[in-house]
Design a protein around this ligand. Structure first.
Ligand code: FE2
Length: 417
């Protein structure tokens, strides 16, 4: 396959890209390959559109997607009503592996349409039938070579706050879940939260797994599990394999504490994940006015050299009723609420849903537009980051390891004046 006449994000000029046997064979300036050497059926004319590595979804709950309204909608819009509604769902609805897989697959189709090829998903391990775990492990295998999935053992109702919380986490890891999750701010006490973090890192070391924790997802400026998470990652040399997700409380920390905290965060080398659409919807609900935005310090963390990736969290579930799998919409919300709308911010904004996510997922050889790497890429109907975000440009072609997984012809409006 040859992609003719494309831009490549981050490079000047136009290129022809040759993919063979699932890898990038040759990337050359446009027209340096003789036209007659190109067999027409293998050529995709890019017309100057931008090629880039695929989008990465670093944080979603595929076991919960597309369940909004069952048994009822989250009427208050709070995180805690979301958790209790999900609890009702999992204790009143028949949980069937094939049904969970079909919902999750439908969400993956939506994401694929919007350029996602790598997904890290949580799966609730406090749903004790483990049908969600079973479903997502099966789906992960079935989707290999089309969309790559990483799974996280997520203790929705806590680890220490459940009599058998530790056993459930161990059982999930034994079944083949990839990463260890947590929810320290939701545990009954601060002590339980701290104890859960030690358990999480012990488990990660035992299974040689990444850590990806829902951390301080609350508007409580006193919720400070992040400092312990980062310290443990630093002590154990686990920072590059650790993600602190949400860290909403950082939006409520005082500046003196935060400036002290940043030194540790940087030394720890941990990664961050923020879900600006979901968090702006869920947080600040108990405030009157001024109403907090409920998101972490995305701009400040990034400017201090730390890695922050943006994700969706939800697609039409008990926590968030909207979402169509389009990370550009999440990014649009993110740059607004974090005030990253300056020219320099917008010039590189797609990093948040691509390369930064790849770092969270510890992707390496399989990610990037370079000769010799896997031929995984998307072609966007735009020329640069700012244009793509402004127009929420569609993905016209998505290729994973040399295999085309999505083709799209963008709609053209006929404006009659
Ligand atoms: Fe989440």
């Amino acid at each position: 396959m040859i992609i003719r006449n494309c831009r490549i994000r981050g490079k000047e000029g136009l290129f022809d890209v040759v993919c063979e046997n699932g890898i990038f064979q040759k990337i050359t300036p446009h027209k340096s390959i003789l036209e007659e050497a190109m067999e027409e059926e293998n050529v995709f004319e890019a017309e100057g559109r931008m090629m880039m590595p695929p989008f990465v979804e670093p944080h979603i709950h595929l076991d919960c997607v597309l369940t909004a309204g069952i048994p009822h909608y989250n009427m208050s819009g709070t995180l805690f009503e979301g958790i209790s509604t999900w609890h009702e769902y999992k204790t009143t609805q028949p949980l069937v592996v094939s049904e969970i897989k079909e919902r999750a697959k439908e969400a993956l189709r939506l994401m694929a349409e919007h350029g996602v090829q790598f997904v890290r998903t949580h799966v609730d391990v406090t749903e004790t039938s483990f049908k969600g775990v079973e479903a997502l492990l099966e789906l992960k295998e079935e989707m290999k070579g089309t969309i790559e999935i990483q799974t996280i053992a997520f203790p929705q109702n806590g680890i220490m706050s459940l009599k058998n919380g530790k056993e459930l986490m161990i059982r999930a890891m034994d079944m083949g879940i990839d990463c260890v999750g947590g929810i320290p701010h939701y545990e009954y006490t601060r002590e339980y939260g701290l104890e859960s973090l030690k358990f999480i890192f012990d488990l990660a070391e035992k299974y040689d797994a990444c850590v990806d924790v829902h951390c301080d997802e609350i508007d409580d400026g006193q919720s400070r599990f992040l400092e312990t998470l980062a310290t443990m990652a630093w002590e154990r040399g686990w920072g590059k394999r650790t993600v602190a997700a949400h860290t909403c409380a950082m939006g409520s920390y005082n500046d003196a504490y935060c400036s002290k905290l940043f030194r540790l965060l940087k030394d720890s080398e941990i990664n961050f994940n923020s879900c600006p659409a979901a968090s702006t919807h869920l947080q600040g609900r108990i405030d009157t006015f001024p109403k907090r935005r409920g998101i972490t310090r995305i701009k400040e963390l990034s400017e201090a050299g730390m890695n922050v990736a943006l994700g969706q969290d939800s697609i039409s579930d008990p926590w968030y009723p909207l979402g169509v799998g389009n990370l550009l919409r999440v990014l649009e919300m993110g740059v607004h609420v974090a005030q990253m709308t300056g020219y320099e911010d917008l010039r590189h904004c797609l990093d948040f849903i691509s390369t930064n996510g790849a770092k969270n997922l510890c992707l390496d050889q399989e990610y990037g537009i370079e000769e010799g790497k896997d031929a995984s890429f998307i072609l966007l109907d735009g020329k640069n980051d700012m244009e793509v975000l402004r127009f929420l440009s569609p993905v016209v072609l998505s290729v994973h390891k040399g295999k085309t997984i999505v083709e799209k012809i963008p709609a053209k409006a006929k404006v009659l004046f």
